[in-house]
Design a protein around this ligand. Structure first.
Ligand SMILES: Cc1ncc(COP(=O)(O)O)c(C=O)c1O
Length: 423
């Protein structure tokens, strides 16, 4: 029996978790589907599917109208906003919905860029997904200086000395990731925020990869902006931006004239994906129920969400240990990123590998035929694959675990990989 389930049989009910996700029952060529593609997008619980379908059947309307379905839509969006406020630990009017993280980040970089010019610099990192790099790099068009922080190639951790050097009195913004979607490293967000704040710079945190694994507390982090994508943490294909109220009020969005000037709606252009927003509320409800089952004594929404993250932690950790130990025992396999269990608090259960004599595409294809869904390539973390010189040879094979995966799936994946590479 899996270690985590033995260690805490009442705090994390994997059977209940799996029963919530209908897609987990699918098969491929007679093999049970094993979803190891979470970093690219996770599966959704039935309640998210139901909420989206129900909205379309019963309440489908544009917002702001004087009739029942439109009024329902306005209420539903505000409830989802409040739910995301609980999820991120901020107020509802600091939550902006959008199509995805990339679109929200381009919009915000344009708005922040309005205030920047040749005297200013922004600091980015080479460990980031390109969605937190290119939108800021585009400000070079306005002669804003762009400085990119290196990462240590040996374990794919951010080079904090380089970061400290590159943040100067000219720095106006530091954009960086909470966790790497390519190699799984969790950055020291508190320290990066401290260094940026000391220089008077704003901070923009990409929490897309961290959100399925660790609780986010924007108040405790004291970051200025933080972005995530609900489809990476069991919700619909949408993005969410947190912005400190003072910034959302002061900065000027590019927007159409009839749109309100009130926050947060002035940052939401055109009509939102209302069925997606309905799904976001149901997604946060799922997190809360997971937490209440793990810790029945919790009272508030936020406490329930924190309890959920507490419950999934040891299960994810046990799977990570098993997977990394198993991978490292395969001859010719190279793992990129943190590999020592003592450092596992600094990584997510997302693992990038290459195996001698096999391209990542070949491995992902053969695994896919056997029902294991993994990714190959750069997953838009283009600076990472270029820096590690694997971009020209197909990038990495990425295996990503989330809490609905099982120890048995990890064991089967390791056996399948060994069979494919014949070692
Ligand atoms: C770390 C990270 N940041 C940003 C993104 C972009 O997110 P979106 O698809 O919501 O634009 C991704 C998507 O894979 C990601 O993994």
């Amino acid at each position: 029996m899996p270690i985590a389930e033995l260690a805490s049989p009442t705090s994390f009910d994997l059977t209940w978790v799996r029963s919530q996700f209908p897609s987990l029952a699918q098969t491929v060529n007679g093999h049970p589907a094993v979803y190891l593609d979470g970093p690219g997008g996770t599966q959704v619980p039935q309640r998210v599917i139901d909420a989206m379908a129900d909205y379309l059947v019963r309440n489908n309307a544009n917002h702001g109208g004087a009739f029942p379905t439109s009024r329902y839509t306005d209420r539903m969006v505000e409830e989802a906003r409040a739910a995301m406020g609980d999820f991120l630990n901020c107020d509802a009017d600091e939550v902006v919905f959008g199509p995805n993280m990339t679109t929200l980040t381009y919009a915000m970089s344009r708005a922040i860029g309005r205030e920047l010019g040749p005297a200013n610099e922004i600091v980015l990192t080479l460990l980031d997904h390109d969605a937190n790099f290119s939108p800021w790099k585009a400000l070079e068009e306005k002669s804003v200086g762009v400085r990119a922080v290196q990462f240590n190639h040996s374990d794919c951790t951010l080079d904090m000395n380089d970061l400290a050097r590159k943040i100067t009195s000219h720095t106006r913004l530091v954009a960086f990731g909470y966790a790497s979607n390519a190699v799984g490293t969790i950055n020291d967000v508190v320290e990066v925020v401290r260094l940026a704040r000391r220089a008077g710079a704003l901070t923009y945190v990409d929490a897309v990869h961290y959100a399925p694994h660790g609780a986010i507390d924007v108040r405790a982090l004291d970051c200025d902006f933080l972005v995530c994508s609900t489809y990476k943490f069991f919700g619909p294909h949408m993005g969410v931006l947190y912005g400190k109220r003072e910034h959302l009020q002061r900065l000027k969005p590019y927007k159409v004239r009839p749109n309100t000037n009130n926050i947060p709606n002035c940052w939401e252009w055109g009509t939102l994906n209302h069925e997606g927003v309905a799904g976001i509320k149901a997604c946060v409800d799922y997190w809360e129920e997971l937490g209440r089952r793990a810790k029945p004594s919790v009272v508030s929404h936020r406490e329930a969400i924190l309890a959920a993250y507490g419950a999934i932690h040891s299960h994810e950790r046990a799977m990570t240990e098993k997977m990394i130990a198993g991978l490292l025992s395969i001859p010719g396999l190279k793992l990129y990123g943190i590999s020592g269990p003592r450092q596992f608090d600094r990584r997510c259960p997302t693992v990038a590998v290459r195996i001698e004599g096999h391209t990542p595409l070949e491995l992902a294809t053969k695994l896919g035929e056997r029902g294991f869904f993994t990714w190959d390539g750069n997953y838009y973390a283009l600076n990472v694959t270029e820096q590690l010189d694997v971009e020209r040879v197909g990038g990495f094979l990425r295996i990503g675990l989330v809490h609905y995966n099982t120890m048995e799936e990890v064991e089967r994946l390791l056996a399948a990989l060994r069979e494919i590479v014949g070692r």
